[in-house]
Design a protein around this ligand. Structure first.
Ligand SMILES: [Zn+2]
Length: 291
């Protein structure tokens, strides 16, 4: 797993953008680069601390490359305006990349130089490329902001159109709307709608977000419920947590590596394990054994 930090304006937006990418294991809004220890949102917004609103992005470079992350970063904000993104003005909104190693620094700097040589924008790209300093996680109410405030005006007017544009431009890199709703927002696909329901190929089912191997095809059975079902998970691949939503007590299954929602676990399975891991097709990819 690798980490990089992006400042591209308001972190409610950048968090949602990076969460929509395959290969991004987790995204955490926070502050970096200023002079005050443990700054609050109010202090950072005053513009006096020197911190930048950033998102920490943990990613699996085998699934999403640094170059692809940078392409998405530059596509989804304006890197030519000093200390400003749209109506948001202040040093906390400066376009910034905080790198953790020399490779990230070199790749980011050469990309910016190339964009400026080729005049990719009307004005020069002035993104700051700086070495990462101490990361301060933002207050809890900033975490998962888009998912928790989807019906708010800001999310509908600013974030949603950005995500739609991103999905169109980077179709291969992004989760579809259906995938996002299940994996990131704990939704459930309609029964009998999933592509993998009657798939009988051999192989290993992996997490669509982070690539972690989750289930062997040998554990798959037809439960008649309309969702792909398995009687056991690969060792350590998933975690279970109590889920009291929808007026029921159920056991939620999440990926142990990236925390993405996968489905629910029931104990009415037909095999000796009695387990029925009820999965959403959209959460899984199949790595075939013999292609
Ligand atoms: Zn995962």
């Amino acid at each position: 797993m690798n980490t990089i930090y992006f400042g591209g304006g308001c972190f409610w937006c950048t968090e949602a953008i990076f969460l929509s990418l395959k290969g991004v294991i987790s995204v955490t809004p926070g502050y970096m680069g200023g002079s005050v220890k443990n700054p609050t949102y109010e202090q950072v917004c005053s513009g006096k601390t020197g911190h930048v609103e950033i998102t920490k992005v943990d990613y699996n470079p085998k699934i999403i490359s640094l170059e692809d992350l940078l392409a998405v970063f530059f596509y989804t904000h304006d890197p030519t305006t000093r200390n400003r993104q749209g109506n948001d003005i202040g040093t906390q909104y400066q376009s910034s990349i905080f790198y953790v190693d020399d490779t990230q620094k070199a790749v980011a700097e050469s990309l910016i130089a190339e964009m400026n040589t080729k005049k990719a924008y009307d004005k020069p790209v002035i993104t700051d490329v700086r070495q990462a300093t101490e990361f301060y996680k933002a207050e809890d109410y900033h975490q998962n902001y888009y998912d928790n405030h989807k019906s708010d005006g800001y999310c509908q007017l600013i974030i949603e159109p950005k995500l739609e544009k991103l999905q169109k431009r980077f179709e291969k890199l992004t989760l579809t709307k259906d995938e996002y709703e299940v994996l990131r927002e704990k939704g459930t696909e309609a029964p009998f709608s999933g592509k993998l329901l009657h798939d009988e190929r051999s192989g290993v089912y992996t997490c669509k977000v982070c690539g972690q191997p989750l289930f062997s095809s040998k554990a798959k059975f037809d439960s008649g419920t309309g969702w792909p079902s398995f009687d056991q998970a690969l060792p350590g691949a998933v975690k279970t947590i109590e889920d009291n939503s929808m007026g029921m007590t159920r056991t939620e299954i999440i990926c142990s590596k990236c925390g993405s929602h996968l489905g629910h676990l029931f104990n009415d399975g037909p095999t000796p394990t009695k387990n029925r891991y009820c999965l959403n097709s959209v959460c899984l990819d199949l790595d075939q054994l013999d292609k």
